[in-house]
Ligand binder design. Structure first.
Ligand code: UDP
Ligand code: MG
Length: 333
């Protein structure tokens, strides 16, 4: 534990800052310093009191050392490290759990979410909005693949779940203290913070921003992670695939019934031997539907199983910048 080497207990000022900036960091050793400096420059300039909560999501490089150094250098910086890589959403939730601000801004740690936009989020919050979302304006920088997959996902998600979400939505947003508390209490096993925030409601505003370039390092979202993230999101918000299975079953049953009718007629006419083609057709169609149905049911069953286990969504290993006398927080529930 790093509690012995941490900075002195935070002052009351830092204890309840106006803004908490929460950023997940996964193998971002070269971005921690620049990120903190950029955020500090913007918020010091605007004379808004703040804290920065950096969450090391089980990095394998020197990210934690960089976070400790940043916390040492500035009392407004606090850090948490998770015991392994829990994924972007788990890291964000861990950060939200530790944030003390009257409002919390979540943003990526690679400077693709421009710190100056935080002032716009803050201004909208001051106007009375409880949730301030952002919408990424596609720049030439955004790859065609990213644009296409993101559009397809949001279109499909809205269609399946009825929860409206704009393309280009990301986890760059401001949440009022009440919204943060409500979000933390939801306790969904399959975290999809964007969807949950939309589900929560609250007076919401959206601000467009131009995504910047990654400051350094490589993107951490592999295709595999993206697919897992998007299917998880849809399954946790929609029972539509299950209903789809039932519809498919119904339609094929009708087809099968028609086929039986045809067979009976053929039998009555004494033309039964050349039945190979029709039998094979029915068999393959039925098996196809059967396996799809089984697959869908299996997927949901796996999900129910996940939820029943009630495993925590993150586990904390280290903290820096927190009151050493505070009770240890092992995990989220
Ligand atoms: N991230 C994380 N855990 C992960 C993957 C990513 O904490 O398993 C963080 C990463 O360090 C960055 C943010 O999430 O701060 C966004 O990741 P990335 O830049 O790779 O995503 P992209 O910009 O391609 O959406
Ligand atoms: Mg990025």
């Amino acid at each position: 534990m790093s509690a012995d080497s941490g900075p002195p207990p935070p002052s009351a000022e830092v204890d309840r800052p106006v803004l908490s900036i929460v950023a997940p960091m996964y193998n971002e050793e070269t971005n921690v310093g620049p990120f903190v400096a950029a955020v500090a420059q913007v918020l010091d300039g605007a004379a808004i009191s703040y804290e920065v909560v950096l969450v090391d999501d089980g990095s394998r490089d020197g990210t934690w050392a960089a976070i400790e150094a940043a916390a040492q250098a500035r009392p407004a910086v606090r850090g948490i490290s998770l015991s392994r890589n829990f994924g972007h959403q788990g890291a964000l939730l861990a950060g939200l759990n530790h944030a003390r601000g009257q409002a919390v801004v979540t943003m990526d740690g690679d400077l693709q979410h421009p710190p100056p936009t935080v002032l716009e989020l803050h201004a909208a919050w001051r106007e009375g909005y409880r949730v301030v979302n952002t919408r990424r304006l596609d720049s030439e920088d955004t790859s065609f693949f990213k644009r296409l997959t993101s559009r397809t996902f949001y279109w499909l998600f809205s269609l399946l779940t009825g929860v409206r979400m704009e393309a280009g939505a990301s986890d760059f947003r401001l949440l009022d203290r009440d919204a943060v508390n409500a979000l933390i209490r939801l306790g969904d096993a399959d975290l999809f913070i964007r969807g949950l925030v939309s589900w929560l409601g609250f007076r919401t505003h959206t601000i467009p921003y131009q995504a910047g370039r990654r400051h350094s390092g490589v993107p951490k979202f592999t295709l595999r992670k993206m697919i897992r993230f998007s299917t998880g999101a849809m399954l946790s918000f929609s029972a539509f695939p299950l209903r789809l299975g039932i519809t498919a079953g119904f339609v094929t049953s009708l087809l099968a019934l028609a086929e039986v009718g045809y067979i009976l007629v053929a039998y009555a006419r004494g033309r039964v031997v050349p039945g190979w083609a029709s039998v094979m057709t029915v068999m393959s169609v039925m098996f196809c539907v059967l396996f799809v149905l089984l697959g869908i049911i299996g997927t949901y069953l796996a999900k129910v199983y996940e939820i029943l286990k009630r495993r925590p969504r993150f586990v904390i290993e280290n903290r820096v910048g927190f009151d050493p006398n505070a009770p240890p927080i092992g995990y989220d529930r």
